[in-house]
Design a protein around this ligand. Structure first.
Ligand SMILES: Nc1ncnc2c1ncn2[C@@H]1O[C@H](COP(=O)(O)OP(=O)(O)O)[C@@H](O)[C@H]1O
Ligand SMILES: [Mg+2]
Length: 352
């Protein structure tokens, strides 16, 4: 539904060049909720602004719903007719709502329809239908100043849906909201995604958001996408940083010369017997340093951090045993002295 190839954005800022996007290839499938995660300055907002051509990319292409937007003329507010039309099919939700305070809730939702020159009666029918959809049917005549943050964002979402978009872009839409409101807005986005078949590309810096609503996710760093995939693919990728952040398990080695492993298992895998089997088969004592269970993308996932006696070289066989049971094993580099020498290389080798 959304594809970027070689997307690059270089800003000129006071004589300096800032590369905000560096050769980004992204694939967002139709009907999925796709989360982009990354620290401040990673290029997330630039990505969204390039996807709807509010910013013209320095190079690369953006295709939305089969249409190469980069081939259409104009930019920003001076976009050509074709680009404006294409863009009206891409809804945008902002962190600070961007509502007009002098207009009623209904008139805010009608705004994009006015721009699309939809007739008055049709505009108001559509606006009321959308307000009903976001649970604000009774607020049509209120002004933004009379609404809570969560309600304002619902208006923002209704407005974003006015042009019947196939794609909704959301740049930190919940960052200004408290956790409970955040959850209700996310649930709404998820419901809209399901009910309207809407493809959602959302930017967030909260891992919880990804865990709750996203089918897929990408991690951005310094203008590059360094990891991306469905959440379950990521969780099944050894060494995935996103998986680790989605699923933090604590616990440190109890001393030197220990092997610390993160064991990831999906709902159906029974870990408990596997761990005790391991212990019996190799006659080793296994300590559990930390564990977490959670629902990710509607699936039960668990992660456990365990410790085996002895350095990794002595545990190659037990680790192999665990992998053979279908568990995903990440060797945790928790030993400062080993890490300095050959720790990372071993961890990589172990990951293969
Ligand atoms: N209009 C702009 N002019 C110059 N530099 C910009 C502009 N917008 C963003 N940048 C720079 O591009 C980089 C990425 O910014 P941004 O896309 O806003 O990241 P994020 O949304 O992940 O915080 C940052 O270094 C930022 O300072
Ligand atoms: Mg940003």
């Amino acid at each position: 539904m959304i594809t970027t190839t070689g997307l690059t954005k270089v800003y000129q800022s006071r004589g300096r060049e800032v590369t905000a996007l560096d050769d980004v290839d992204l694939q967002v499938r139709e009907g999925e909720v796709f989360g982009v995660i990354g620290q401040s300055g990673a290029g997330k907002s630039s990505l969204i602004r390039c996807v709807n051509l509010l910013e013209r990319p320095t190079s690369g292409t953006v295709t939305v719903d089969g249409r190469d937007l980069t081939a259409l003329a104009g930019r920003g507010l001076r976009a050509g007719k074709e680009l404006r039309e294409a863009r009206s099919r891409i809804g945008m939700v902002f962190q600070h709502f961007n509502l007009l305070s002098s207009r009623t809730v209904q008139d805010n939702v009608e705004l994009p329809l006015e721009i699309l020159k939809v007739s008055g009666a049709e505009r108001s029918r559509k606006a009321l239908e959308l307000l009903d959809l976001v649970g604000l049917a009774d607020k049509a005549r209120a002004y933004p100043g009379q609404l809570s943050g969560g309600q304002k964002q619902r208006v923002g979402i209704a407005r974003a849906l006015a042009g019947d978009p196939k794609v909704l872009l959301s740049d930190e839409a919940t960052s200004a909201l408290d956790p409970e409101t955040t959850r209700s807005i996310l649930t709404l986005l998820r419901e809209l995604n399901r009910a309207l078949g809407l493809t959602v590309l959302l930017i967030t810096h909260e891992m919880d958001v990804v865990k709750t609503v996203c089918d897929s996710a990408a991690l951005m760093k310094k203008g590059k996408v360094v990891e991306s995939g469905t959440v379950s693919e990521l969780l099944a990728t050894p060494g995935s940083e996103l998986a680790r952040e989605l699923f933090p398990v604590g616990g440190h080695a109890s001393g030197p010369d220990r092997t610390v492993l993160d064991v990831t298992f999906h709902g159906e895998t029974a870990t408990q017997p596997v761990i005790s089997q391991l212990s019996r088969t190799y006659n080793i004592d296994i300590s559990i340093l930390g564990a977490a269970m959670d629902t990710v993308g509607g699936r039960q996932i668990g992660r456990m951090r365990i410790e085996l006696p002895g350095p990794y070289e002595e545990n190659v066989v037990p680790v192999g045993f665990l992998r053979e049971q279908g568990l995903q094993i990440d060797v945790v580099d928790d030993n400062p002295s080993a890490a300095a020498a050959d720790g990372p290389a071993l961890a990589e080798e172990a990951a293969e």
